[in-house]
Design a protein around this ligand. Structure first.
Ligand SMILES: [Zn+2]
Length: 325
């Protein structure tokens, strides 16, 4: 079912992708379990943990801006003494400067290295860093920070609250929706894929995912893992039918403009291979009609470039496709 807007077909958003209504003040703040709160504007999410005498903040997206501090003040007057960065991206930590200067910033080493390079006054480099694991114990609350390798971004880490069974991982899982464009703009697609299993290895009931409409569950991770494996199979199929599409590209757009030639060939292969995935997931995950082909094409390039076991199919010079093992 689609609704029509002048010239554009908009697929119906599945019921499962709907989240709680954000009040007119522009943000929703809710306690998930024993001091752990999430804050959302309906598109971005961050979190904070109320401790005995202080608060630990996790991320502060510019879309919420200073509403994060207002949300904290709705709940408690205790000072923010620690700030955890899930990763380095400005759209998630671009307003951490709203927290007190003397609050201790904590992040993974790779995040530190990226932020040092950025030299962005809005994203101060962390004071405390860790490689694989850091246990942050503040006023009766325990936050365990885990790094399982590069994924959406180098340094992107899990924040686990074992007692409350809450897990935070940003920009990887999209509850009720397919991931954002180009497989969530991931720097490391194999790492992104592995993070579904890494997430499920934690003991949690509720997940804060940094994006979109609602909180996540274990089932959301399992569903997205199945979707992403379907995308991987589709991308594998796209690789297999690329030689047919090479012939199509040659006979239609020619080879004089090499980028038009490649674009035509790759996109035709991805579009054909993605079709059954889009049919399977339409109505179940929001956005599959819009991004299914994009995900297949992104995965296609990852298979070509990241995975050693892939036969390397060479289509340029465009005279013949040569498979080299
Ligand atoms: Zn990000």
């Amino acid at each position: 079912m689609t609704q029509k807007v002048p010239g554009i077909e908009i697929p119906t958003v599945p019921q499962n992708a709907m989240g709680p209504k954000v009040p007119p003040c522009g943000y929703l703040v809710e306690e998930i379990a024993d001091g752990v709160h999430w804050v959302t504007d309906g598109g971005y999410q961050c979190a904070f943990v109320v401790c005995d005498d202080e608060v630990v903040a996790i991320d502060a997206p510019p879309s919420l801006g200073t509403l994060v501090m207002r949300a904290i003040r709705d709940v408690t007057s205790k000072p923010v003494t620690h700030v955890v960065y899930t990763h380095s991206h400005g759209d998630h930590i671009g307003t951490v400067h709203q927290f007190p200067d003397d609050a201790v910033r904590v992040a993974q080493r790779e995040t530190h290295a990226i932020l040092r390079e950025c030299n962005d006054p809005l994203r101060r480099v962390p004071d405390v860093t860790f490689k694989d694991f850091h246990r942050l114990e503040v006023g009766g609350q325990v936050l365990e920070l885990h790094y399982r390798g590069s994924n959406h971004a180098p340094g992107n880490s899990f924040v686990h609250l074992p007692r409350q069974k809450v897990l935070m991982l940003v920009d990887v899982i999209y509850p009720g929706w397919v991931p954002f464009t180009n497989i969530a703009q991931s720097k490391n697609i194999p790492g992104f894929m592995a993070h579904h299993d890494h997430a499920l290895s934690f003991d949690f009931d509720t997940m804060i995912t940094g994006h979109l409409t609602r909180l996540g569950t274990r089932q959301d991770v399992e569903i997205q893992r199945e979707y992403m494996h379907d995308i991987r199979s589709a991308a594998q199929h796209a690789l297999e039918i690329t030689s047919q599409k090479r012939d199509l590209a040659r006979s239609t757009v020619g080879t004089d403009h090499v980028y038009v030639y490649f674009k035509t060939m790759y996109e035709a292969a991805a579009a054909e291979a993605a079709r059954p995935v889009i049919e399977k997931w339409s109505g179940r995950l929001g956005g599959v009609e819009t991004l299914g082909v994009n995900h297949t094409l992104t995965m296609y390039h990852s298979l070509r470039l990241d995975e050693n076991a892939q036969p390397q199919v060479v289509f340029f010079p465009p005279t013949d496709g040569v498979t080299v093992r």
